[in-house]
Design a protein around this ligand. Structure first.
Ligand code: ATP
Length: 243
């Protein structure tokens, strides 16, 4: 692990009169899994959407691989392999699992050709064997956990350098949550993807993360190594009932 892949400096953002981000500073190093934690409405999704170019900060700077991407369009950011998997897994339910994956590789395919894409699909199927078993099935017929895996697998097909995951375990049963988070860890280990992760399951996500940030009312109130945050009494207090 070396060097910052993402740096957020003094970023603020408002929805009209509602200030959702207030002078946020955070960074992600190459190869890390970083958890962004916080209660509902703390500003986590807004932060990811600012990084991914879906929203523009009102002030501050966002750098990705040493480039100032603060005012870049979302499309350009995707091309540069910074990929967001939004909340509420958005798979194309009337398309097959395989077609969903091929769609994810669209930009990449134009550059590298079919052989490379097939190699990538094999790697993805290796990680998610259930998706290979169900590759001809319509995505909408998969279980919630499988759809989440497909959403992540589709993002992997775009060959991300940095993956932003917005609550991948939202609405999933506890056993499946663990499975999805285990996959997140394997993504870093097997594909070398750096990950910034939003999670409501605080202890489960800190167990797979290297570092974490805690947001409250649009600002970062705690940061540190995941191990330390797990045992931090203030963090426990903030998330009483959320762990
Ligand atoms: P959650 O876990 O509920 O998604 P969050 O930490 O991701 O919470 P955000 O969704 O980023 O928080 O919301 C931050 C603040 O901005 C909240 O006060 C929320 O009500 C407000 N907000 C979010 N989206 C909008 C919007 N489209 N228009 C107006 N206010 C919004």
């Amino acid at each position: 692990m070396s060097g910052k892949i993402l740096q957020v400096e003094g970023v603020s953002f408002s929805y009209g009169p509602i200030q959702a981000l207030d002078d946020v500073n955070l960074h992600v190093d190459q190869g890390e899994i970083v958890a962004l934690l916080g209660a509902n409405g703390a500003g986590k999704t807004t932060m990811l959407n600012n990084i991914a170019g879906l929203l523009q900060p009102s002030s501050g700077k966002i750098s990705y691989r040493d480039k100032d991407i603060t005012s870049w369009e979302a499309e350009k950011i995707v091309h540069d392999r910074l990929i967001l998997v939004p909340e509420h897994r958005q798979v194309f339910s009337t398309m097959s699992v395989l077609d969903n994956l091929l769609l994810g590789s669209y930009h990449h395919y134009k550059k590298t050709g079919k052989k490379e894409v097939n190699k990538e699909i094999d790697k993805v199927f290796n990680l998610f064997p259930i998706l290979e078993e169900r590759k001809e099935q319509l995505a909408g017929t998969l279980s919630g956990g499988q759809q989440q895996m497909l959403a992540i697998a589709r993002a992997i097909m775009a060959k991300p350098d940095l993956l932003l995951l917005d609550e991948p375990s939202l609405g999933l049963a506890p056993l499946i949550v663990k499975e999805v988070l285990d996959y997140v860890q394997q993504l870093r280990d097997a594909f070398g993807v750096t990950i910034l992760l939003i999670e409501q399951n605080v202890s489960a996500s800190l167990k797979i993360a290297d570092r974490g940030y805690v947001m409250s009312h649009g600002t970062i109130v705690q940061e540190g190594r995941a191990k330390d945050l797990l045992h931090n009494p203030e963090v426990k207090e903030i998330f009483l009932g959320h762990t």
